[in-house]
Structure formats: structure tokens, C-alpha cells
Write a protein that binds this ligand. Structure first.
Ligand SMILES: Nc1nc2c([nH]c(=O)n2[C@@H]2O[C@H](COP(=O)(O)OP(=O)(O)OP(=O)(O)O)[C@@H](O)[C@H]2O)c(=O)[nH]1
Length: 140
């Protein structure tokens, strides 16, 4: 990780959505940074936006599901540098419930993955410590 700028991190929120001991992951489409890698659904927090509200907005845009921000519980965070060297701060939330069936509106694919599956997927570096954390997450 090479950081060129310590002052203005790119703030990204992401959701861990559980189902039957698996987590929902999406594959980044061609033409975007990290194309082809598997990631948690989510995206950038807009200026002045509350992070859990940003996550609910992103999950509606990307998965066509309705999430109440109060159902998003912080799980942890991780940091890395983006391709330009700008610091990236990613907040991961556990999403307890949602309305609707997730559809890949922004991704090239969706998959429900076990922690063991996740360890074998190609992912952005910032996701690795978060996946390790999920593997230790207690259900409920
Ligand atoms: N959503 C998401 N973004 C991640 C993850 N890991 C990771 O490094 N990122 C990076 O965080 C940034 C978030 O970008 P994004 O493209 O998802 O955000 P967005 O939906 O607001 O994108 P847009 O600018 O195309 O509208 C990207 O640089 C992306 O590569 C992850 O697990 N989930």
C-alpha cells in the first residue's frame, strides 16, 4: 500500500448480507476500477451523508432492495490506498434484514458465498481483513 495523501480518505460503505451461513457478494463489471473482482455491495458516501443512510441508498441502487439504516450494524472497517494513492476507508455493516430479492443492477454477477468460498475469490485488498472478520462473526 502506497499512500500519497493522508488527509482526505475516500469513504466507502459496504454491506454484509447473510443468508443460510453465506454472504452476498457481487462481481465488479468491466469498465470500473477493480473490474472482475468480487466485493461487498456498497459505494461511496456522499458529502454530508450519514454512512448507514449511504449504504441503504447504495443497496437500493445496486441490488434493488429496501434497507432501513437502523438495520445496519457496524461490523468493522479497513483501510487501503486506491490506485491513485488516495487513502480508502471502508466501513462494513451487517445488514440484518431487507425487503425484495437482490438483483445485480450494477454488478456482472451475484453469489452467496461461505467464508471458505470467499477466501478463494479474487477481491480488492481492502476486503481481505474484512472477510477474515466475517469468518469469525457470530450469527444472530
Ligand atoms: N462497493 C465496494 N467498493 C469497494 C470494495 N472494496 C474496494 O476496494 N472498493 C472500492 O471502493 C470504491 C467504491 O466505489 P464504487 O464504484 O462501488 O462506488 P459507487 O457505487 O459510489 O460508484 P460510482 O462512482 O461508479 O457511482 C471503488 O474504488 C472500489 O474499487 C467493496 O468491497 N465494495
Amino acid at each position: 500500500m502506497t499512500l500519497n495523501d493522508w488527509s482526505t480518505p475516500l469513504l466507502v460503505v459496504a454491506g454484509a448480507l447473510p443468508r443460510d451461513d453465506r454472504w452476498l457478494m457481487q462481481r465488479r463489471p468491466e469498465g470500473k476500477a477493480h473490474a472482475g473482482l468480487w466485493e461487498f455491495p456498497g459505494g461511496k458516501v456522499d458529502p454530508g451523508e450519514w454512512p448507514a443512510a449511504a449504504l441503504a441508498r447504495e443497496l437500493a441502487e445496486e441490488l434493488d432492495i429496501a434497507v432501513d439504516p437502523v438495520d445496519c450494524t457496524p461490523l468493522g472497517f479497513a483501510t487501503d490506498a486506491t490506485a491513485t494513492g488516495r487513502p480508502l476507508l471502508m466501513l462494513l455493516y451487517r445488514v440484518a434484514r431487507w425487503r425484495g430479492e437482490p438483483r445485480p443492477l450494477a454488478a456482472s454477477a451475484l453469489a452467496w458465498e461461505t467464508p471458505a468460498d470467499l477466501a478463494r475469490r479474487a477481491m480488492p485488498p481492502v476486503d481481505r481483513p474484512l472477510v477474515a472478520m466475517l469468518a469469525r462473526d457470530a450469527w444472530g
